[in-house]
Design a protein around this ligand. Sequence first.
Ligand code: BMP
Length: 261
Amino acid sequence: VDRTKLTYEKREKLANNPIAKKLFNIMATKKSNLCLSVDLTSTAKILDLLTKVGEHICLVKTHVDIIEDFSESFVTQLKQLADQFGFLILEDRKFADIGNTVSLQYSKGLYKIGDWADCVTVHSLPGEGVLKAISASVNGVSKGVFLLAEMSSEGNLITPDYIEQTVKVAAKYPELMTGFVCQNKKTFSDPGLIQLTPGVQLQSSGDGLGQVYNTPEKIILENGADIAVVGRGIVAAKNPEAQVVIYRDALWKAYAERVIN
Ligand code: BMP
């Protein structure tokens, strides 16, 4: 079967990882397959934006290491907004070290990512120790991983063999795997996993620093994305509240066109 033809409701039942199940459920309930990448450097700006757009997104993606005034109180407020609006939190840390270091980076330091992020991004480059370092639950709370199988940036060094090995290693960790960060429908076939695809914008085709953008229609209908990641298309818009609705509607329409009910 072609996973991209199945509804999010059907795929919720096929997911092993509790975060993937939750995400499929949120997507179907809120009718949103939009992940907002809040790449802002002040906590006030992040919280303010999420208060305005939270109702339209299924997932928020953070880069905590770009925030200049990070605090525990920020995490508390972020989690409150996630509860209030019903979205999950993905910290885009892109872990890429030996297992022991990743385990420390995940649970210690200033950010204590494992305490608050529902899921994190991980590079497969170091080998499967990086996946062993991230536990499927922290203090009884389920966690998930989006493994990077492909990148959106120009000239990235990922090869077809790297992609194939990445998908193979992920299959050994069904409890932990929420999905893949990737660009193509053929990258994986498991309908219980989520394809998260960045590099989405309506206004532009690139950013001068290697980012490559596609339209919502292309990434959902042709490239097989389940959730689209939009950053500057919304965050840097004159009116983010209006833009978020435009992206949400375009992405949902493309999904509705794609599935067989
Ligand atoms: P923007 O839509 O503003 O280009 O932001 C894209 C976001 O997705 C950034 O936070 C970037 O780190 C992330 N990202 C990406 O662009 N390409 C990838 O292949 C993987 C990513 O995580």
